[in-house]
Design a protein around this ligand. Structure first.
Ligand code: GDP
Ligand code: MG
Length: 362
């Protein structure tokens, strides 16, 4: 027998290889056809495409976050202890740096009051801890409600639809690309709907991300109705048991009202397929825009009843501390934070790590 195998090894290997080919052909044949309407082109990466999930190389998340928040820490939050400790009471300087970081007046004033009443004679580290308490008290009650399924894939938990909204340039499309890559890396099946049909380049940009991530994408022919694309993507997601369905949307229309109306319609049509869809409406906010980010958030929240925020570009300015006002004013938690353009620069938001890194506490 052993001799037989040795002598015929090549023939046996060739036989097994062609058997494998037949089996994969049969598997491919048995795959369901996409449930999409005529005006939609579905771009499927297909299960047969083997995706190499890259192991994160380079700096850890804590290091990336620290680098990303460097400016906000060095120019603003990390300085407060040195300006107000022991005999020093430079409240005017603290007020100035907080305003330069675009922190809303009411937050600046109540932090100054806290320092005056509780901080006299304390050490620099104790003052930094007071700053931590101040921010933590505002954020903790809201951040507590974040459920893990927003960032951690659990098999068999059913299709989850995330609608991603925000103004142009905030980072929606790249964030979806990063999210799709991460969720796929956890083993989830992901489908993306390219509903920013007003800009062909936006759809192409998303497609590059999806191809790279090896996830499926539904795209419309140019100028199609964004709600139609959302509807078809969500229908396909439920019909074919995808784990996550990520819906990209437009960020600019002729007027803000047009944009909000269109987004409202997109949200409503999804619920016709499943009453829980979209499970999450996530607003992408660019930290660089400071208090303007807060105004945008209020407007989007009024129109769409947001469930979470993705706070991007925290690496781009000294304004990352604005998160505290956004969370507290809106009573909406931050789910993800972005500190750069790479996939590994987006991470789920850990309040304590964020605050300690921002303030410079170990
Ligand atoms: P959209 O118009 O909302 O879809 O925005 P895009 O996804 O096209 O992003 C606009 C730009 O912001 C792109 O060049 C992204 O690479 C960049 N970007 C997104 N997130 C971050 C981030 O966290 N940090 C930095 N520095 N750039 C980011
Ligand atoms: Mg976009």
């Amino acid at each position: 027998m052993e001799i037989f195998i040795q002598e015929n090894l090549e023939i046996i290997i060739a036989g097994l290889a062609s058997l494998g080919g037949v089996v994969s052909y049969l598997i491919l044949k048995s795959r369901k056809e996409p449930v999409v309407s005529d005006h939609i082109e579905s771009k499927e990466s297909g299960e047969e495409k083997k995706v190499e999930v890259p192991t994160p190389a380079g700096p850890s998340w804590a290091q990336r976050l620290s680098k990303g928040l460097e400016k906000s820490r060095q120019d603003v939050w990390g300085k407060i202890g040195d300006l107000f400790s022991g005999e020093k009471t430079n409240l005017d300087d603290i007020e100035e740096i907080l305003y330069s970081a675009d922190i809303p007046t009411s937050y600046v004033q109540s932090l100054l009051t806290k320092l005056e009443t509780e901080g006299k004679g304390k050490s620099s580290v104790e003052i930094q801890n007071l700053v931590f308490d101040f921010m933590n008290q505002k954020m903790a009650p809201i951040q507590e409600n974040v459920t893990e399924d927003l960032f951690q894939y659990k098999p068999e938990s059913g299709t989850k639809v995330f609608m991603i909204v925000g103004v142009n340039g905030a980072g929606k499309t790249t964030t979806i690309g990063k999210l799709a890559t991460k969720l796929k890396g956890q083993g989830a099946r992901v489908i993306v709907g390219a509903c920013d049909t007003f800009r062909a380049a936006a759809v192409d940009q998303l497609q590059v991300w999806c191809e790279r991530a090896g996830v499926d994408m539904v795209r419309a022919k140019d100028g199609a109705d964004p709600s139609g694309v959302a509807y078809d993507t969500v229908a396909k997601a439920f019909a074919e048991n995808y784990d996550y369905c990520l819906i990209d949307t437009a960020g600019r229309l002729h007027t803000n009202q047009n944009l909000m109306d269109e987004l409202g319609k997109t949200k409503r049509v999804m619920s016709k397929i499943n009453e829980k869809a979209p499970h999450q409406v996530l607003l992408v906010l660019d930290a660089i825009t400071g208090q303007n980010a807060l105004k945008q958030a209020q407007e989007f929240n009024k129109a769409l009843d947001l469930s979470g925020i993705i706070f991007t570009k925290c690496d781009g300015s000294a304004k990352a501390g604005g998160a505290v006002a956004i969370v507290d004013e809106l009573k909406v938690p931050i789910i993800y934070i972005g500190v750069g353009e790479g996939v590994e620069d987006l991470h789920h938001f850990d309040k304590d790590l964020y605050l300690k890194t921002l303030i410079g506490l170990d």
